[in-house]
Each structure stands twice: as structure tokens, then as C-alpha cells.
Design a protein around this ligand. Structure first.
Ligand SMILES: [Zn+2]
Length: 219
């Protein structure tokens, strides 16, 4: 059967812009800031991860979009890690017609900058009941956390159905399983010496980014 639901590229671009507009209204997406990312690079655009899930009806709406995208796939488990991804994952699990369970991995620091994910032992039995896993994340920066969740699901004998997230900061990001993000947007970043905002003398906002909360932690 032809895939009538598949949007044309132009539709996707318009939808992407609309979704970014919605995120802009929540205050989670800033386009006129001056922030230092953990990588040391500067940017004017920023997604404040901690603000993405502050409006519950909006979080539910985003969960619906992701659940709808994966509604044709049977899913037994929605797997997340991190607090805001957990809120979103709950909404995805609730909206998915397969009525999957919602589970989360815990993040632990290992070494200086690395975090590792691990599964609470209580969840292991769920993989034996049916291990079709949908991984849900909020903001994808490097994809490192998703990579860890994929390895975790596979190590439990799970079968990854796909990955759903709100925002992909780099359109080049790929996984070996289908990835769906509500927004895909390449955020322009600059080396400090080439930063146009620094040249204009715009002060750096230290309250977010690497100088602030854990927003830039890499998912
Ligand atoms: Zn700068």
C-alpha cells in the first residue's frame, strides 16, 4: 500500500518551522541569546531543556506527535533516561495504541565527563515478556545517550523499534534504527574567535549553557 501519510519535504519543512514556533512560545527555544556550549563553541540559538516540559498540556501534545509517528509499530516498552525525557516518555507511552510500559534507565557519572546508563533490576523481567522498545529522548545533541540506551536495550535482548525525540540539533545525526524528531534544526555555532556576537560586544549569558544548568548535557 502506498504510504499516503508520508509528508512531502516541503510539508516537513513547514511543520518543522511551526513546531519551532511553538517551542519559541514556551520560552524553551531562544534565538537571540549568546551562550557558550559545553564544547566551548558559541551560539545565539539555544533550547533550554529544563523549560521544554514545563507546560504539561504541551508536553502531552509532543508525546502525542511522537506516539502517532510510531503508532503502526508494536511497542512493548518505552525506554528513557533523565527527568524531562521521562516526563515526555510517559506521555508517549500513554498515547501509544500498543499501551506499552514506561521504564527508565538511571544515569551515573563514570569518569570525568562521561555518564553511563543502567537499568533498574526490577525492569529486567519486562524484556522477557516482550522486548520491542521505543527509545524516547528530549533534546538530541550528540546522540551519545541514545547510543547507550540502544546498547542497553540490545543487551537485555530487546528489539529497538525506533527513537523519538523533540529536537535534533544536527540533521546529520543517524542511528541504525528509525529516528523521528518533532524538530530537526542545525543550530549554528561559532569558535569563540570567530563569534559574530562577541564581535558585536554582546555579553555572554552565563545563566544557561555550560555556565548554567545541565542543559547542554549530551543526549
Ligand atoms: Zn560569542
Amino acid at each position: 500500500m502506498p504510504n499516503r501519510e508520508k509528508a512531502t519535504p516541503i510539508d516537513e519543512a513547514i511543520l518543522d518551522r511551526l513546531n519551532r514556533g511553538i517551542l519559541l512560545r514556551t520560552g524553551a527555544y531562544r534565538t537571540d541569546d549568546h551562550v557558550v556550549l559545553r564544547s566551548g563553541r558559541h551560539t545565539s540559538e539555544y533550547v533550554a531543556k529544563t523549560l521544554v516540559t514545563t507546560e504539561p498540556t504541551f508536553t502531552e501534545g509532543l508525546g502525542d506527535i511522537i506516539a502517532k509517528h510510531f503508532s503502526r509499530f508494536p511497542v512493548d516498552l518505552v525506554l528513557t533516561t533523565g527527568y524531562s525525557a521521562g516526563l515526555l516518555g510517559h506521555c508517549v507511552a500513554r498515547a501509544h495504541p500498543g499501551r506499552p510500559r514506561f521504564i527508565f534507565a538511571t544515569k551515573e557519572r563514570s569518569g570525568v565527563a562521561r555518564t553511563e546508563v543502567s537499568l533498574p533490576p526490577e525492569y529486567r523481567a519486562f524484556f522477557a515478556e516482550g522486548g520491542r522498545v521505543l527509545i524516547v529522548e528530549d533534546i538530541l545533541t550528540t546522540g551519545e545517550t541514545v547510543g547507550q540506551l540502544i546498547r542497553l536495550a540490545e543487551s537485555m535482548g530487546g528489539q529497538v523499534v525506533g527513537i523519538g525525540a523533540i529536537w535534533r540539533r544536527s540533521s546529520g545525526m543517524k542511528f541504525k534504527y528509525p529516528l523521528f524528531t518533532v524538530v530537526t534544526h542545525d543550530v549554528p555555532t561559532f569558535a569563540p574567535e570567530e563569534c559574530p556576537l562577541c564581535r558585536q560586544g554582546i555579553p555572554i549569558n552565563r545563566t544557561i549553557g555550560s555556565g548554567g544548568s545541565d542543559d547542554e548535557s549530551d543526549e
